[in-house]
Write a protein that binds this ligand. Structure first.
Ligand SMILES: NC(=O)C1=CN([C@@H]2O[C@H](COP(=O)(O)OP(=O)(O)OC[C@H]3O[C@@H](n4cnc5c(N)ncnc54)[C@H](O)[C@@H]3O)[C@@H](O)[C@H]2O)C=CC1
Ligand SMILES: O=C(CO)COP(=O)(O)O
Length: 319
């Protein structure tokens, strides 16, 4: 039977491992820290990252990477983007990998580009509206696995699809990967809208215009025009901007309440990506107005009301 190694025992890695195991896949969950692995084994619950979800008694969990990778068919790389390169350094380059983080490399490059440059050849990404809190409880969800190698995408689909987790394939690696990056930034903005109580009209306008901004950026990176309207774009934008579970949306709400969401200790992909996308827009003289306003607010360069005025006062144009 194919063996799947889930590398990273945060919320998403734990949810994927648990869900796949319950559907009779051969899965091992790898956590970096031995003491945390022991806690997972003792409690059969990930209290730090996925509290309240019991883990199957016979789900193998280890902090020994060699053991996790022994005879592996597919490795899911499920750590935050800031740790992806570090983890990839430790993997044999022939390991078939699916990258699950929704963020960018340290220089603003796509994580699949980082992996390719490191010598990985068989790779894909997984991205879609998939909150760990729901997938782990067996609630129905759909997602996309993308790879330029269609055969690999189909193979990964066959390993990951279950009756509660519907997996589509795509060969638009760029589009699928970047949809998940951009929507996190927009979710921070949506949290600001919620926290400032700007109303449903404002939130709808933000999300709809954000889709255009996402499309511009994705096209500039070589994505197919339509990918942004799929699960990894519009689908994840809706889920993240409206969800009670979203860490990125919650970060925007905290900002609106005068708190700094960066103090929590957990990485917020949307904040990190805001800085990297701002850099890219500056270098390429690109127009990413929502990203830019979030950046200026994070940097305390503008007030919330100035941010609203900037977006509302842009040049009049046709839709
Ligand atoms: N939580 C969710 O519902 C979903 C999350 N994602 C994405 O998956 C990625 C991971 O997210 P979460 O699981 O929510 O994060 P999390 O914050 O719940 O957990 C992160 C885990 O990664 C570990 N870690 C951090 N750096 C590491 C490194 N260098 N090597 C090994 N382990 C390391 C941490 O110890 C922790 O166990 C993010 O990019 C996120 O955007 C994607 C879909 C759903
Ligand atoms: O990517 C996600 C759902 O698809 C998770 O969103 P958050 O990282 O904002 O919690």
């Amino acid at each position: 039977m194919a063996k799947i190694a889930v590398l990273g025992a945060g919320g998403w890695g734990t949810a994927l491992a648990s869900m796949l195991h319950q559907h009779a896949r051969s899965v091992v969950l790898w956590a970096r820290r031995p003491e945390f692995t022991q806690e997972l084994l003792n409690l059969r619950e990930n209290r730090d990252y996925l509290p309240g979800v019991p883990l199957p008694d016979d789900l193998p969990i280890t902090s020994d990477l060699n053991q996790a990778l022994d005879h592996v068919t597919l490795a899911l790389v499920v750590v935050p983007s800031v740790g992806v390169q570090d983890l990839l350094e430790q993997l044999p380059r022939e390991t078939p990998i699916v990258l699950c983080a929704k963020g960018l490399g340290a220089g603003g490059e796509r994580l699949s580009q980082v992996a390719l440059q490191m010598g990985f050849k068989t790779l894909g990404v997984l991205s879609g509206p998939n909150h760990a809190e729901e997938v782990s409880r067996g609630l129905p969800a759909a997602t996309v696995v993308a790879s330029e190698d269609e055969d690999f995408a189909v193979l990964a689909q066959s390993f990951l699809m279950t009756p509660s987790f519907r997996v589509y394939t795509s060969t638009d690696l760029v589009g699928v990967e970047l949809g998940g990056v951009l929507k996190n930034v927009i979710a921070v903005a949506a949290g600001l809208v919620d926290g400032l109580k700007l109303g449903d009209n404002a939130k709808s306008a933000l999300m709809t215009r954000a889709l255009k901004e996402m499309q511009r950026y994705l096209s500039a990176q070589g994505a197919d025009e339509d990918t942004v309207f799929g699960l990894s774009g519009l689908g994840d934008l809706i889920a993240t901007c409206t969800s009670q579970h979203s860490r990125n949306r919650a970060a925007g709400e905290k900002l609106a309440q005068g708190q700094d969401p960066r103090q929590g200790g957990k990485a917020i992909e949307g904040i990190r990506s805001t800085y990297l996308l701002h850099e890219w827009a500056q270098t390429h003289h690109a127009d990413l107005p929502i990203v830019e306003v979030v950046y200026q607010i994070l940097e305390n360069r503008i007030t919330f009301s100035q941010g609203i005025s900037i977006l509302m006062g842009r040049k009049a144009r046709s839709e």
